[in-house]
Design a protein around this ligand. Structure first.
Ligand SMILES: Nc1ncnc2c1ncn2[C@@H]1O[C@H](COP(=O)(O)OP(=O)(O)OP(=O)(O)O)[C@@H](O)[C@H]1O
Ligand SMILES: [Mg+2]
Length: 256
């Protein structure tokens, strides 16, 4: 398996008797697969993503990528953060260049990549602006462009489209899919949104909270790009709803 998450446990050292944040998390992800993590606020989605990214070392258990235990972040394994993570002192273009600089891409090539990816997210006119001059959705798109420009092997996305309007969101969902299918990128994608998960995922992993555990794993066996109004799509959405409702006493804790 490409990514192997084994017996991950995380409590952040809270000995006060509250349940651990993550418990008994086991998940294998194939190369090129798109796995959506779906779960209520506070169930540990971001924590799990940060463990896979190498920002947090799990208190117990391990994450392996191609057999190697993850001990630190790496440029081929990029995170798109829930809070954008843009550097405020850099322009949008300079932010997109960030990973390319780390990869020692030439200036000329950087320019081509910056243009290409800013165009993809519809920010070609904002290249010389600073993050604080952009709306939340624009900042999020800049962060997406920055990550995609590096062409990472693994993309870890933490509610990347949360701040976007529905139209932009749908367009970027399609772009991400098309691009990542072309490049074989493996994606772990956190979302609250059932429809987004059904549109994107090869597999949907449903987490429950307190403690964060895997409660259901659903294969989504529809070819891409999916038609959101098709019978198959609606049926799959219902299956996810049911999986959530059946597994939890308080399904409304989910943002539906
Ligand atoms: N560094 C930390 N120290 C202590 N507790 C933490 C830390 N990071 C997260 N937590 C706790 O772990 C739990 C899970 O947080 P996490 O951010 O992973 O949830 P989430 O599923 O991403 O939620 P949301 O959907 O709101 O983003 C929360 O109760 C949070 O308070
Ligand atoms: Mg989160």
């Amino acid at each position: 398996m490409f990514i192997e998450i084994e017996n991950v446990f995380q409590s952040f050292g809270d000995g006060a008797g509250s349940p651990p944040v993550l418990e008994n998390i086991n998940l294998d992800i194939k190369q090129g697969e798109l796995v959506c993590l779906l779960g209520p606020s506070g169930c540990g989605k971001s924590t799990l993503l940060n463990i896979v990214a190498g920002f947090i070392k799990a208190e117990e258990g391990s994450v392996r990528i191609e057999g190697e235990v993850v001990t630190a972040p790496a440029i081929n394994r990029l995170v798109i953060f829930q809070d954008y993570g843009l550097l405020p002192w850099r322009t949008v273009g300079q932010n997109v260049a960030l990973g390319l600089e780390v990869k020692k891409v030439t200036r000329a090539e950087q320019n081509i990549m910056i243009t290409k990816y800013l165009k993809m997210v519809g920010l070609e006119d904002a290249r010389d602006r600073f993050p604080h001059q952009l709306s939340g959705g624009m900042q999020q798109r800049a962060a997406i462009a920055r990550a995609l420009a590096v062409q990472p092997e693994i993309l870890l996305m933490d509610e990347p489209f949360g701040a976007l309007d529905a139209i932009t969101r749908m367009k970027l969902q399609e772009d991400i899919l098309t691009l990542c299918r072309e490049t074989g990128t493996t994606i772990l994608f956190v979302t609250h949104d059932i429809e987004e998960a059904v549109y994107l995922a090869d597999r949907i992993v449903i987490l429950s909270a307190n403690p964060g555990r895997i409660h259901a794993v659903l294969d989504v066996e529809m070819p891409h790009l999916r038609e959101r109004t098709s019978d198959d799509f609606v049926l799959m959405r219902d299956r996810v709803f049911k999986a959530i409702n059946l597994k939890h006493e308080h399904p409304l804790e989910y943002y539906l």
